[in-house]
Design a protein around this ligand. Structure first.
Ligand SMILES: [Mg+2]
Length: 384
């Protein structure tokens, strides 16, 4: 079997609910992305919901090759970007192709990917993540209550700009999830907004009232001294890794004891890269947590990791043009038996959402900028 061609369809749409964090506290419901299809000479197509701009540059490497050689092709793509580094668009391109190849490999084997990866279960513990700094107290209550209704007993709240408000909101999350477990797992995420010292002061105040499971990205992603300082001075685990690309960047964090829970996901150079980082963490007895992704496709990898803790579920109505073969039951993502990633694309819906150029490029919008004052002054959002 050979890889013959590929297609990228850019799309834009609106999620059912806006999301926001410490760097974008007013929130946005704008969604955009690309579907990558990789075609073969036997009419089996692999999908990735993360088509990136660099795919065109990488495609000649995989063209004509057997799509089942996923690990070998991942290495060839990484070697290709060697000099410029596995960063940004290059990393996104490798990630996207890698996931589509895993989808193909499992479809060719006529197995769901979790089974092909050797997992002995199709279940992954889920945690609810509202990405909710923009939500009102009532909306927070509604979201976490709905997730508790699915049996989820863990939640991650966006915090960082207003201690009084965060205390109130964390109590709302705790109350909602307590319907499932009277000691729910409470996590917080400040998206690198604080300096290490700001983080320690803020988190210690929250810890006077709450037992916090992890604090995510409490300082800059690369700052192993700062992250270690935070970890040494709070009770909660420091979780980080969401925004770093590969083994090379995880090594200083792990070597210096700066990360307690290693976060991996599509951004970690695809499924293959995430697998390698998770295996390195396993050697150090560190748990890993899978980041959210459209369609929860990375749950397939999570099922196969012996050190996987729980996976982020956002559930904000962003699955605009595809269906997935999984449910959330008793607090777990339960993957189905359809071959591959279990994604079914509705091409009619996709056509209606498709665009020539993403607005962020056309209108020169910077996606996910860092908020003014970050690391210097904790500035609450202005009230209406
Ligand atoms: Mg995060």
């Amino acid at each position: 079997m050979k890889i013959t061609d590929f297609k990228i369809t850019k799309w834009e749409g609106k999620a059912e609910r806006a999301i926001g964090d410490a760097n974008g506290p007013y929130g946005s419901d704008s969604m955009s992305g690309s579907l990558l299809e990789i075609f073969t000479d036997e009419n089996i197509t692999g999908y990735s919901l993360h088509g990136g701009g660099y795919v065109e540059n990488l495609f000649p490497i995989i063209e004509g090759q057997d799509p089942r050689s996923v690990l070998g092709l991942w290495k060839q793509m990484n070697d290709y970007v060697f000099k410029g580094g596995n960063e940004g668009e290059r990393c996104a391109g490798i990630s996207s192709i890698d996931l589509a190849l895993w989808d193909l490999k499992a479809k060719i084997a006529d197995q769901p990917l979790w089974k092909l990866l050797g997992a002995s279960t199709n279940r992954v513990k889920a945690y609810a993540s509202g990405i909710d700094l923009n939500l009102t107290d009532e909306e927070i209550h509604k979201f976490y209550s709905r997730m508790a209704g699915l049996g989820i007993d863990a939640g991650k709240l966006k915090v960082g700009l207003d201690l009084d408000s965060d205390e109130k909101r964390l109590q709302i999350v705790k109350d909602a999830l307590s319907k499932v477990n009277n000691r729910p797992l409470l996590c917080i995420d400040s998206n690198e907004y604080w300096s290490p010292k700001q983080a320690i002061r803020y988190i210690r105040r929250l810890e006077e009232k709450f037992d916090i499971t992890w604090a995510e990205e409490p300082a800059r992603r690369w700052d192993y001294n700062g992250l270690k300082k935070v970890s040494d001075n709070i009770k909660a685990a420091v979780a980080t890794g969401e925004n770093i690309n590969d083994l090379a960047e995880f090594m200083p964090l792990i070597d210096n004891g700066a990360v307690d829970i290693v976060e991996v996901g599509m951004g970690t150079t695809g499924l293959t890269g995430a697998m390698k980082v998770a295996n390195m963490a396993f050697a150090y007895e560190l748990p890993v947590a899978m980041m959210n992704c459209p369609g929860n496709t990375m749950a397939h990898l999570a099922t196969s990791l012996p050190n996987h803790f729980m996976m982020e579920v956002v559930d904000n109505g962003r699955e605009l043009f595809f269906d997935t073969d999984h449910n959330i039951e008793n607090g777990d993502i339960v993957l189905g038996d359809s071959p591959g990633l279990g994604i079914t694309v509705d091409f009619e819906k996709l056509k209606k959402l498709s665009v020539e150029t993403h607005s962020v490029l056309k209108d020169k919008i910077i996606p996910f900028p860092r908020r003014e004052g970050a690391g210097l002054i904790i500035k609450p959002p202005e009230k209406d």
